[in-house]
Write a protein that binds this ligand. Structure first.
Ligand code: NAD
Length: 318
């Protein structure tokens, strides 16, 4: 008689190694954006270690090649292949070129790249505010462009990196590009991360019949990445305190990438779609806990907001 297996559950301190243990991704293909630093490198490493062929979709292909060489040297020979593809999410032509160059099914897409809180406003060549353009619109163009490849994979998974920073702002549909209100680096970051969550909600509904699951994840407070390049850590702490957000305990990149890897590959979340996860579990609704705010805001999960954002985003990338 076989012993019933206890269902595996994971939490805030789980690592990519624990989440991916026993998962076989041989024959699967994955794309991880922004995989030349931080959480993206670790996500790519874990997926490749489980056997997936992984494309590092990066702005700087020399940096991507150095990461691929380092990972290849570290990973066992049973690992999947690592390839580097050029992708600048602020530049629609590179997104289109990446999509055109892709052929065959795509099993896993991790929309990981991101930029946080540049102090001054800047806009892309097509006039969009930078954080909204890079964090949301570029990924929207990429994922919708790759939709046929995802649908061809019979069970593809798309993971979009959101953030506790979404609590700084909903998507402000009347002024997405800060034309009528003063630019604020943090509400702009918040808006962009509300948008990445709403993309997951919208795509889950639209792509369910194609067998594609899409989820948003908050990786946690991962200090050892280059995300905070625009500010010093004290400034980040001050902004979090001013917003009364609960800055979660700091995680290693192996812990920070675990929720992405869980949603991208673990059989424990098979079929889960249209959700927002953090600490390897579905996030709780936003609430004050121990004097600070944490969780996920209703506006980042709202289906009407998701549908409206989809329509606007389609018009912007046309
Ligand atoms: N580190 C944290 O504590 C934390 C917390 C919440 C959410 N996140 C999210 O996790 C994701 C990964 O962040 P990270 O902490 O590893 O930071 P990181 O800065 O190390 O990685 C972000 C990557 O995105 C890439 N990128 C930036 N602009 C790009 C563009 N125009 N085109 C293509 N790539 C571009 C960067 O080159 C970099 O490799 C981001 O989406 C971030 O918002 C991180």
């Amino acid at each position: 008689m076989s012993t019933p297996q206890t269902p595996r559950t994971f939490g805030a301190t789980s690592t990519t190694a624990e989440v991916i243990d026993g998962v076989d991704l041989h024959g699967r293909r994955a794309v991880v954006t922004g995989a030349s630093s931080g959480i993206g490198v670790e996500t790519a490493r874990a997926l490749a270690a489980a056997g997936a062929d992984v494309t590092l979709a990066v702005r700087d292909t020399d940096a991507g090649a150095r990461v691929a060489a380092r990972l290849e040297a570290e990973l066992p020979p049973t690992s999947g292949k690592l390839t580097v593809g050029r992708l600048d999410l602020s530049d629609r032509s590179t997104v289109a070129a990446f999509v055109t160059a892709w052929s065959g099914p795509l099993h896993i897409l991790v929309n990981n790249a991101g930029v946080m809180a540049p102090p001054e406003i800047s806009r892309t060549a097509d006039g969009r505010e930078w954080q909204f353009a890079v964090n949301h619109l570029g990924h929207f163009a990429l994922a919708t462009g790759l939709h046929p490849a995802l649908a061809a994979a019979n069970g593809a998974r798309v993971v979009s990196l959101s953030s506790i920073g979404h609590l700084f702002s909903p998507v402000v549909f009347d002024d997405l590009d800060y034309r009528y209100r003063p630019y604020d680096p943090w509400t702009s970051y918040g808006q962009s991360k509300s948008a990445t969550s709403l993309f997951a909600i919208g795509a889950a509904e639209r792509w369910a019949d194609d067998g594609i699951t899409t989820n948003a994840v908050m990786p946690g407070n991962v200090g050892a990445t280059s995300l905070g390049r625009n500010m010093d850590p004290q400034q980040v702490a001050a902004v979090i305190a001013a917003g009364e957000l609960a800055l979660p305990p700091e995680k290693s990149v192996e812990q920070g990438a675990a929720t992405s890897v869980l949603m991208a590959a673990s059989p424990t979340v098979e079929g889960v779609t249209g959700r927002y996860y953090e600490d390897c579990a579905e996030a709780k609704p936003v609430a004050e806990r121990a004097g600070a705010v944490t969780g996920v805001a209703p506006y980042a999960l709202d289906r009407d907001n998701a549908a409206r954002l989809w329509t606007v985003s389609e018009a912007f990338i046309r």
